[in-house]
Design a protein around this ligand. Structure first.
Ligand code: AMP
Ligand code: MG
Length: 319
């Protein structure tokens, strides 16, 4: 069975194809800026512009025609409404035109499941760190959120700081580069029980930048502080729930320093640390195709999008 997965929840328009065993294609185009952040309506326009080309590229890469596809899956939410609508409309259009079964899937569940698919993790504490979400998740009958950011997500915090210091979008990779040459400056460390809060850290880092602190030192310190906070809550989750694995997923999982810090904590506790491969860290269509494949038996009649869909509302019948 060949599943085409369509991702358009935020900055990236992507189409992946999964055949039940392998990812055959994972083509994407991400909205970027040299300066400034992402404006949802502009991103939606970007998605409309690249959609046909991405479809063409994905089918070519997989050496398939659209007729060979058995099921289409799209990211139904959560995400930015204008972007979600582009993805939903494109998927509905394809499904009607080529008479293909269609499923809307949850974008966050897809991040978690592709992480399991790509690693040997079986029942981990998920540390989900993306542009719009930061959550500590475990599967206990369903996916449950044990801790999260009380304000902005870690990726968003990085993007916001990057925007303030003129680095453009997405900020995370640029911060990672600059951080390699930085040294530590104290920033607020904000953990409340199992929750974290990044907004005050960004405010303080911007204040220090305006006082003349270097971009390198602030990028390094922002990373060290935010990652240490998340690793602290992941460690607490491990201890409370007696899990033996942590799986780092989402766009920020592409950060090498984060992975190294997580490895070090896990080593000292005698548990396993896994990080999703970089190709599957940020938003992409392959994870949506894979999730569609997991849910292939489900029947769906109404197709919409849901910007605020939480994973604890989902029955994980495929597990
Ligand atoms: P996602 O929403 O899962 O696609 O993740 C996108 C987020 O990941 C954006 O906020 C990026 O700035 C962030 N990101 C991407 N690569 C890196 C990196 N190497 N280090 C830190 N953050 C990153
Ligand atoms: Mg995402």
């Amino acid at each position: 069975m060949k599943v085409l997965g369509l991702e358009a929840t935020a900055h990236t328009f992507s189409i992946g194809i999964f055949d039940g065993k392998y990812v055959l294609a994972n083509e994407k185009d991400t909205f970027t800026t040299k300066e400034g952040g992402m404006i949802p309506n502009e991103v939606a326009k970007h998605h409309v512009k690249v959609s046909e080309d991405i479809l063409f590229r994905a089918l070519k890469k997989a050496n398939l025609s659209i007729e060979d596809i058995d099921l289409i899956a799209y990211s139904e939410g959560p995400g930015l409404a204008p972007c979600l609508k582009v993805g939903k409309d494109f998927a509905v259009g394809l499904s009607k035109k080529y008479k293909k079964k269609l499923l809307g899937v949850n974008h966050i569940v897809a991040h978690l499941e592709i992480g399991l698919f790509c690693t040997r993790a079986k029942d981990p504490v998920f540390l989900f760190c993306s542009g719009a979400n930061t959550q500590v998740i475990m599967h206990e009958d369903k996916y449950r959120i044990f801790g999260e950011s009380l304000s902005i997500a870690i990726g968003n915090a990085f993007d916001k700081f990057a925007r303030e210091i003129g680095l453009g979008f997405p900020g995370g990779p640029k911060i990672e580069e600059l951080a390699k040459k930085g040294k530590y400056v104290e920033l607020p460390y904000c953990v409340k029980g199992m929750d974290v809060d990044f907004s005050g850290i960004v405010t303080r880092a911007v204040q220090l930048y305006k006082k003349g602190y270097s971009k390198e030192d602030l990028c390094f310190s922002l990373q060290e502080t935010c990652f240490a906070m998340l690793i602290e809550v992941a460690e607490r989750a491990l201890a409370h729930c007696e899990k033996k694995e942590v799986l780092l997923i989402g766009g920020v999982a592409a950060n090498r320093r984060f992975s190294v810090m997580l490895d070090s904590m896990c080593k000292s506790r005698g548990v396993k640390a896994y990080t999703v491969p970089m190709e599957y860290a940020g938003d992409q269509g392959a994870m949506i195709a894979y999730q569609g494949w997991l849910e292939r038996e489900r029947v769906q009649k109404k197709f919409d999008f849901n910007p605020k869909w939480r994973i604890d509302d989902i029955k994980t019948f495929w597990k």
